[in-house]
Design a protein around this ligand. Structure first.
Ligand code: GLN
Length: 190
C-alpha cells in the first residue's frame, strides 16, 4: 500500500499540512478531484471555512468519494475539517461527511479576535501541546465509542475513533509534529 497522504486542497490552510508531513518524511498529494485519492493511504481535511468547503466538496464531486475512502483509510480533520467530519453541525449550510458521531458547534470560541494559543493536555503524551485555536469549533455530544484525545480546560478539543481523529485547533501552524505523528501511528500503514 502506498504511503502517500492526501491533503484536501479546495480551500483553506492546506499548505502548512504539507510542510508538517514533509518534516515527518511522509509523501503527500494535494486533492482537488476524486481520482487523486487513488493510491493515497490517508487523508487530511484542513481548516478553512466549513460552509465553503462543504459547497466545494459537492461541486467537485468529492463528497461521496471521501465518505467511501474513509471507510477503510484514516482521516484527520482540523478545525473546519473537523466540522466536516461530524455527524451533525449547528449550521444548516454545512452538510457534514458524518465520519464520526459527534456534533460540531461552529465558532464555539468566538470570532477571529478571540483566537488564542494555549497549552492543551494530550491523553497520549505527557508533554502538553501548545495549540493555536482560530475561530475554533466545539466538540459536542460525542457518542460512547469516541475517545477523548486532548482537552483544554473543561473542553474536549481532540477526539479519535478507529483510525480517524478530529481536532478543533491547528497543529500544522506549529513546529510540533506530534499530532500528525500520533494520527499516522494509529494506522498500521505508516
Ligand atoms: N470557523 C470556521 C468554520 O466554521 C473554522 C475556522 C478554521 O478552520 N480555522 O468553518
Amino acid at each position: 500500500m502506498s504511503k502517500t497522504v492526501g491533503v484536501l486542497a479546495l480551500q483553506g490552510a492546506y499548505q502548512k499540512h504539507v510542510e508538517s508531513l514533509e518534516k515527518l518524511g511522509v509523501a503527500c498529494r494535494l486533492i482537488r478531484k476524486a481520482g487523486e485519492l487513488e493510491n493515497c493511504a490517508a487523508l487530511i481535511l484542513p481548516g478553512g471555512e466549513s460552509t465553503t468547503i462543504s459547497l466545494l466538496l459537492q461541486e467537485n464531486g468529492l463528497y461521496q468519494p471521501i465518505k467511501f475512502f474513509a471507510q477503510n483509510h484514516p482521516v484527520m480533520g482540523v478545525c473546519a475539517g473537523m466540522i466536516m467530519m461530524a455527524s451533525e453541525v449547528d449550521d444548516k449550510r454545512v452538510t457534514p461527511l458524518a465520519l464520526l458521531p459527534f456534533k460540531a458547534q461552529r465558532n464555539f470560541y468566538g470570532r477571529q479576535v478571540h483566537s488564542f494559543t494555549d497549552d492543551i493536555k494530550l491523553t497520549f503524551d505527557s508533554k502538553p501541546f501548545n495549540a493555536p485555536f482560530i475561530r475554533a469549533p466545539g466538540i459536542k455530544n460525542p457518542s460512547a465509542e469516541i475517545k477523548v484525545l486532548a482537552t483544554h480546560k473543561e473542553e474536549t478539543v481532540m477526539i479519535g475513533c478507529g483510525k480517524h481523529v478530529a481536532l478543533s485547533f491547528h497543529p500544522e501552524l506549529t513546529d510540533d509534529t506530534r499530532i500528525h505523528e500520533y494520527w499516522l501511528s494509529r494506522s498500521n500503514n505508516f
